[in-house]
Design a protein around this ligand. Structure first.
Ligand SMILES: [Zn+2]
Ligand SMILES: [Zn+2]
Length: 169
């Protein structure tokens, strides 16, 4: 949004900008005294999840999700939040908090996974909601990485409660 040349952002926009900044900071790598410093696989996959938010069609908050093998060397699926394939991208009911009607990124990623791996790793750019947390748990995961805090901790609490490790990256 632009008003008189000044970029205006809403609350979720500000949150996204913060996450963007961290994303760019994590991208830097340097060579010092012959030793190559490079990013961890965790941060690389999360960077990919961050880039997926650009495909989201939700007007409230844009989230990306990547699902990998336990060693993070295989990507099983990825997704972002938005409406159903084939519908207008203008479908998000942005004025209804928590009920905008968009399919969440985690669900969109999980439905793409074609392998039966009970130790999947989930990368999501914002804390999962309660429903997505339960879907993640039921799909069989060994670890969940998230980046931005969003709305409440209830989703993460469910994931921890069933014994799955959660880490912010
Ligand atoms: Zn939406
Ligand atoms: Zn959700």
């Amino acid at each position: 949004m632009r008003e008189g040349g000044v970029r205006t952002v809403g609350r979720s926009g500000l949150r996204n900008l913060k996450v963007e900044r961290r994303f760019h900071a994590s991208q830097r790598w340097r060579m010092i005294m012959g030793k190559v410093e490079r990013p961890s696989l965790e941060s690389l996959v999360m960077d990919f999840a961050m880039s997926l938010t650009r495909r989201a069609t939700c007007k409230r908050f844009q989230v990306g999700c990547v699902i990998t093998s336990e060693d993070m060397t295989q990507i099983y699926g990825f997704g972002y939040n938005g409406t159903a394939k084939g519908l207008s991208h203008d479908d998000c009911k942005a004025d209804q908090p928590g009920g905008c009607g968009c399919v969440h990124s985690e669900v969109n990623a999980l439905i793409k996974v074609r392998v039966n791996d009970p130790k999947k790793v989930v990368f999501v750019t914002a804390q999962p909601c309660i429903t997505c947390a339960k879907a993640i748990v039921n799909s069989g995961v060994s670890k969940v990485y998230y980046r931005a805090t969003y709305r409440s901790d209830e989703g993460l609490d469910i994931i921890r409660e069933v014994g799955v490790e959660v880490e912010r990256v």
